[in-house]
Design a protein around this ligand. Structure first.
Ligand SMILES: CC(C)(COP(=O)(O)OP(=O)(O)OC[C@H]1O[C@@H](n2cnc3c(N)ncnc32)[C@H](O)[C@@H]1OP(=O)(O)O)[C@@H](O)C(=O)NCCC(=O)NCCS
Length: 201
């Protein structure tokens, strides 16, 4: 076993947990989960059956990751954020096995206490503000807040607001990485492309 689980963690079999992952007090990992390497799973977290998490996923306290949710590498789930997996639950109706899917793309952040209504995907590096209620797909790099959540801007991979100029260019104030606004959304410019542009200008 190359991961650390606090003695109060409950881990059902079978499941896969990657090297270097740490799981803290009173958390429950249910059967058939696949958890990547170097993840940090906080206190009082439930990972439901069949959930797949990538590498370096950080989950803060009091989060339930329900069946139907998948998180790519480097996803951050803020404290007490909420996933759902049934749109119209009724106590008297059994909808087991009809769970809606929610995919969280690489590097995305879900803020504290946000709710993701199931069946909507969060794009890579999207940022969901604290307390937002997501009811639609969120594009890659988009920053959304509020209930129902609305896009108020764009965020860099580093987690800084991107301010695009009239030509559709922006530079991350923290990392210096460059971004372009194109028809489909935001694209990060590769370091080699930036260097080439510098040579010709
Ligand atoms: C969304 C967020 C990244 C915006 O940060 P920011 O770029 O510094 O934004 P500002 O504080 O300048 O706010 C910009 C506007 O958005 C509003 N706003 C900011 N965060 C908001 C939120 N979560 N929900 C609703 N509105 C929000 C502000 O009130 C402000 O509105 P105004 O222009 O009408 O005055 C930040 O507020 C947030 O929610 N971070 C998540 C924190 C978190 O959950 N961390 C978890 C680990 S501890």
């Amino acid at each position: 076993m190359n991961f650390h689980a606090h003695e109060t963690t409950v881990i059902d079999s079978p499941c896969e947990i990657g090297e270097g992952t740490r799981i803290w007090h009173f958390s429950h990992i249910m059967a058939n989960c696949k958890i990547g390497e170097r993840c940090n799973i906080g206190q009082n977290v439930v990972i439901s059956p069949d959930v797949v998490l990538g590498n370096n996923v950080k989950i803060q306290n009091n989060v339930s990751v329900y069946t139907g949710v998948t998180c790519d590498d480097d996803v951050f789930l803020g404290p007490s954020c909420v996933f759902t997996n049934v749109t119209n639950p009724r106590s008297g109706v059994n909808r087991r096995g009809q769970y809606d899917k929610t995919h969280v793309g690489k590097g995305a952040t879900i803020g504290a206490n946000a709710t993701i209504v199931c069946g909507h995907n969060i794009g890579a590096y999207a940022f969901i503000g604290a307390g937002a209620v997501v009811t639609k797909d969120v594009p890659a790099y988009a920053l959304v807040v509020g209930n129902p959540s609305k896009q108020i801007g764009w965020m860099s991979e580093y987690g800084s607001r991107l301010h695009f100029n009239a030509e559709g260019h922006a530079v991350c104030g923290e990392s210096g990485e460059r971004y372009r606004l194109v028809d489909e959304g935001v694209r990060k410019e590769l370091a080699s492309a930036v260097a080439d542009a510098g040579k010709t200008s």
